[in-house]
Write a protein that binds this ligand. Sequence first.
Ligand code: ZN
Length: 198
Amino acid sequence: MDTFYLDLPKGAPEPLLLRTHTSPMQIRTMEKQKPPVRVIVPGKVYRRDNPDATHSFIFHQVEGLAVDTDITFCDFAGTIEYFVKQFFGPSVKTRFRPSYFPFTEPSVEFDVSCPFCGGTGTAASGGTCSKCKGAAWIELFGAGMVDPTVYGFVNYDAKRVSGFAFGIGIDRLAMLKYGIDDIQVFFQNDVRFLCQFP
Ligand SMILES: [Zn+2]
């Protein structure tokens, strides 16, 4: 439903598909490389979204994948927490919620305490925080441990290797960090906005 196709001229074999996420790079990397694997893949992605303050038909993702013989959920949690505390500051709180994604098991959604209201859900004015809508938490991204079935497709030994994967929308991270309330400004090329981030 989110997929973005481009119509090609008549006679073309099939329509062009713009990628909807960076996750395909996981399997492409594992097809070409034996473990250990540690890869970060930044890329533009496209979705059939109507533009508004939080949706854009183009945005940016960073895909991460780590596969090795001794990777546990704790490695995954530690890596993500380290990044988030470096990015938002040491006082931010984090939590995992169970979720479902086709290629990870277990899968999680990763949340941070709302950086705007300090995780209280209440704005400085005393009203409900408009950023987290009073929830005190903000959903950051989805992630999980690579489903062992995936390893069978790339001739990895699922009994020997394990790993984690995540996909982060970095426009959303920048919006949270810098208090930007409209994603459209990233793509309007207004130098007055852009030159604030040298
Ligand atoms: Zn808040």
